[in-house]
Design a protein around this ligand. Sequence first.
Ligand code: NAD
Ligand code: DAU
Length: 351
Amino acid sequence: MQKTILITGGAGFIGSHVVRLFVNKYPNYKIVNLDKLTYAGNLENLTDVANAPNYEFVKGDIIDVEFINSLFEKYKFDGVLHLAAESHVDRSISDPGAFINTNILGTVNLLNAARAIWQDNLGDKRFYHISTDEVYGSLGSEGFFTEETAYDPRSPYSASKASSDHLVRAYMHTYKLPVVLTNCSNNYGANQFPEKLIPLAINNIKNNKAIPIYGKGENIRDWLFVNDHANAIDLVFHKGKNGETYNIGGNNEWTNIDLIHKLCEIMDSKLGRKQGESAKLITFVKDRAGHDMRYAIDSSKIQKELGWKPSLQFEEGLEKTVDWYLENENWINNITSGKYAEYYDNQYNKR
Ligand code: NAD
Ligand code: DAU
């Protein structure tokens, strides 16, 4: 094998798409997927590559220092793509602790372990930290987040991600660790856990359940198809410059309410319902605490410097996503049995 690459959080939504891309595209890389398999981690996301000769899954927690150090000692990774995180804003509001532990302390453990094995030979090594546009805070109706926008995180989730971003950059300045970072906008696509807006709405519409819209539904997000994010990650890992940050986004802003109306139209036609039927499920509920108003990414740097651009129009991506969820009933049923009902009840019925 030419290189041994660690991907953390590879059993999650974005991580599983990145693992699949790397396993299939780089047969000369050994890909080690390290994941704790929290509620959000699911090995069913990776059944198609599970037996590939260049793939290995390791169950473990990035908070466990000894385990992480021994893993790096054993595999002597050439590169790290760090995606493992607690990722849902609503959960960070009801229980911030896990976000501080995994997103901040877990990241520091990985940085320390990489530093320890790379210190004598930083040459072609790379620590790639995958982050979010939420670190930049909330926009008004004008403007975009650029790589120079000052950090202004406003939820425990975004504050923990901002903290980890600062630590990654600090390790570069202080210890010359070869790092690269990206901050991406909202992803959607296959395998996203149905706590996030789009899969939650698809699942509820299918089951004729209320679609909960926070506040008035006027908040704006910039949506990107997950495979376009995975392609950007591949490009940055191989062609990005050490020490640089690249913003990734879809240039595709939607208010939540417009997005849900579009989704309802697609669902009506896929399910053979009369147009307008699914939209009757839209229900306005109590707003998210501290709800950021608008995110919008200026992705001109990665487009100009690395030649990346999104491949799909939103409506095409949304339709593909709906098809995937309708064709993968077992996947969604396995996830929504058990603990999910408890989460859903606390989040939507008791607040
Ligand atoms: P996800 O919640 O679907 O997956 C996270 C994965 O990390 C899961 O497989 C989980 O088991 C694993 N994990 C959690 N804690 C762990 C720990 N302590 N040790 C080891 N593994 C652990 O998240 P996602 O949406 O795929 O996001 C992946 C990354 O991309 C995160 O860092 C997130 O901040 C970032 N990001 C997400 C989006 C988005 O729209 N989803 C956008 C931009 C950036
Ligand atoms: O911007 C990137 C971020 O996008 C990632 O860093 C996060 O990991 C990811 O979860 C996502 O954060 P959001 O909070 O924007 O995503 P979510 O799907 O939770 O919500 C999208 C919008 O929809 C937001 O304005 C809140 C709203 N919403 C969400 C849910 C779950 C609702 O109106 N109702 C809901 O039930």
